[in-house]
Design a protein around this ligand. Structure first.
Ligand SMILES: Nc1ncnc2c1ncn2[C@@H]1O[C@H](COP(=O)(O)OP(=O)(O)OP(=O)(O)O)[C@@H](O)[C@H]1O
Length: 604
């Protein structure tokens, strides 16, 4: 009998910190002096929810140099083993055997909720569902959808809208069957309609509220995205009495404070039901705005969730959670429903009922890494996904990363364009001027590169171009996006500031002028086209040195196939003389702009 004990200092699971794995070899060890390595497997019950990220362990026993037959069974003392991804080796000298080496290796097995999601069909056009056929929608919601021209739901909406509505079918306090509602995670391709999948049920759930309090909070990574989602919320809340407030720094801090709460009769009253915010601004208001309370928050929507998890080092979620379960907050005195941070479920903890906080996560590239998702403290999560999970990520972060697979929009065609550094500007001009790919969204890897390319295209002439990056002020960025949307700009040269979530109708072509370094970046960039079931093309310019690794990355990620698109040298040749002149003009333009920048900001 071999026994190993887990190190009791493992903190991740509050109520079960030590286990004993017992493995018995059958028959006893002395039968095989020539076969010195065996694998014993101990499988954990996969239904155990307390431990979402590792459900299977392998104990490998290596018996070195066994002595001849010894009929007495070998008893090995329990040895504490710290759980880790790498095999942990322990050496013991055991009577009857010279040395026993054994190791405990953790095999990461995806928990059931991640391995077997509710499937979202990918093909939007062929899987539209008439809104009237979707369960749980109120007549007011149906009317609103009709007014906004939505007659059918996209697959993600047809799955997620009823699932959220089911959680509030018995009111905001309890979910289905009287239980705390499960958190919901949604992984569906770019442009598949995730925004309406949460806006519609949120508005319907809150429409009957009596007192105005912040009950829904939507957090997004950038101002532009927050503004876009805020617009959709406002559109669906219009006429319902629900108030939607945006906190993203578009207005001054004081103006945002005024829109959140006001003092009446010596008491603070909320002026917002739904708040759409960027994390930084949100935390500022939590800490500095009197009357801004989250202690009745019912829904926390985290859009672009994988990116928001990456920004967790700023601890915005911790601040939100603190505000949600703030002890001694105003509502505690006035409400019969006290609120405390959920811990173990006991009969006492369920009475009186308290307002549950339900988290809804959305992304086109939602991480399937349970350890990352763990940071969000999800409650019995339910996953809706259009991606079929691959094999469980094996040990170690590197291998887990390389196996990530995502779904690409159905109508997207991907190409790579072999090129050299000097040919890239000519190629982009060729795409616009000769191939008439307009409007064209072009991504570079830095704001300097975007600016240089913008100057070059402008000097070359014949193309209405603009740049979009952090070089521009918020107002300039807003105007640029609007002009692009209205067709006044043919070529928008941008950084990854425009890669996520931005929804501009009519973009038929995306060009990765600089190949993206990360798969997620690629997926979000190319996802600016082929939205809402429409067709679109994406080109990626690849230098020879980038080619193999990039193509491997894209293929492994689940791309339907990336084709080669070569542009004949002859086609670019005609533009070459003008291009040479432009390059010279560009050199002096950059010099001038550098000198100007240094005169204006001599210390930068
Ligand atoms: N049921 C529908 N009928 C018609 N158009 C819709 C419907 N649902 C969404 N759309 C449109 O589809 C487009 C894409 O939707 P949305 O921006 O919500 O996609 P997304 O999944 O959030 O994309 P991303 O991952 O890039 O953020 C929007 O222009 C939206 O108005």
């Amino acid at each position: 009998t071999l026994q190993c004990k887990e190190n009791p200092t493992i903190q991740r699971e509050p109520y079960n910190t030590q286990r004993t794995l017992q493995c018995k070899e059958i028959p006893t060890i002395h039968r095989e002096p020539y076969n010195t390595q065996r694998t014993l497997q101990y499988k954990e019950n996969p239904t155990i929810h307390r431990e979402p990220y590792n459900a299977q362990r392998t104990l490998t026993v290596l018996v070195v140099n066994p002595v001849p037959v010894n009929p007495v069974p070998v008893q090995v003392d329990p040895v504490p083993v710290t759980l880790s991804h790498d095999p942990v080796s322990v050496t013991q000298v055991v009577p009857g055997l010279q040395v026993v080496l054994w190791s405990l290796q953790v095999h990461r097995v995806l928990p059931q909720w991640l391995a077997q999601p509710d499937v979202i069909l990918r093909d939007i056009r062929r899987n539209l569902v008439a809104v009237g056929a979707v369960q749980g929608l109120s007549p007011a919601t149906l009317k609103k959808l009709q007014d906004n021209g939505v007659t059918s739901f996209f697959p993600v909406q047809a799955e997620v809208v009823p699932a959220v509505l089911e959680c509030v079918a018995q009111g905001l306090l309890v979910g289905r069957g009287g239980y705390r509602p499960r958190d919901i995670c949604v992984s569906a391709p770019t442009g598949s309609g995730k925004t309406l999948a949460f806006v519609v049920p949120l508005v319907q759930a809150l429409i009957g509220r009596v007192v105005c309090e912040v009950r829904a909070l939507v957090v997004l990574p950038t101002k532009e995205l927050a503004q876009q989602v805020c617009k959709v919320c406002a559109l669906y809340a219009e006429g319902s009495g629900l108030k939607v407030v945006m906190l993203g720094g578009q207005k001054s801090f004081a103006a945002e404070q005024t829109s959140l709460a006001e003092q009446r009769g010596g008491k603070w009253k909320s002026l917002a039901d739904i708040v759409v915010a960027t994390p930084g601004r949100l935390v500022d208001h939590i800490n500095k705005t009197p009357g801004f309370r989250l202690d009745l928050l019912r829904f926390l929507v985290i859009d672009e969730a994988d990116r928001m998890i990456d920004s967790m080092h700023h601890s915005w979620l911790g601040q939100v959670t603190k505000a949600v379960f703030r002890a001694g907050s105003g509502s505690e005195g006035s409400s019969v429903f006290r609120r405390s941070e959920p811990t173990h479920i006991t009969a006492a903890s369920l009475s009186p009922p308290q307002m549950p906080l339900q988290k809804l996560l959305f992304s086109a590239t939602l991480t399937m890494n349970p350890e990352k998702l763990q940071q969000l403290g999800l409650h019995q999560p339910r996953l809706f996904s259009s991606t079929h999970s691959g094999p469980a990520p094996s040990a170690g972060p590197a291998s887990a990363k390389s196996q990530e697979r995502f779904n690409f929009p159905e109508g997207l065609t991907e190409y790579f364009v072999p090129c050299t550094l000097s040919k890239k500007p000519l190629l982009i001009l060729h795409y616009i001027l000769h191939m008439k790919f307009c409007p064209l969204l072009c991504f570079t890897n830095s704001r300097q590169a975007a600016h240089r390319l913008f100057l070059l295209v402008r000097l070359f002439g014949g193309v209405e171009a603009a740049e979009f990056s952090s070089r521009l002020s918020t107002a300039e960025r807003k105007h640029t996006l609007r002009d692009f949307q209205h067709g006044k700009i043919q070529l928008l040269i941008c950084t990854d500031a425009a890669a996520r979530g931005i929804d501009i109708e009519g973009i038929k072509c995306v060009v990765n002028y600089d190949a993206p370094q990360y798969l997620r970046t690629y997926i979000h960039r190319i996802g600016r086209t082929a939205r809402a079931g429409k067709a679109g093309v994406a080109f990626t310019f690849l230098l020879d040195v980038q080619r193999n690794s990039f193509l491997k990355m894209v293929e492994e990620a689940g791309s339907a196939g990336i084709k080669k698109h070569s542009v004949k040298h002859q086609l670019l040749k005609n533009m070459a003389p003008r291009y040479e002149t432009t390059l010279k003009e560009l050199a002096s333009a950059i010099k001038v702009s550098y000198l100007q920048a240094n005169t204006l900001h001599p210390y930068e």
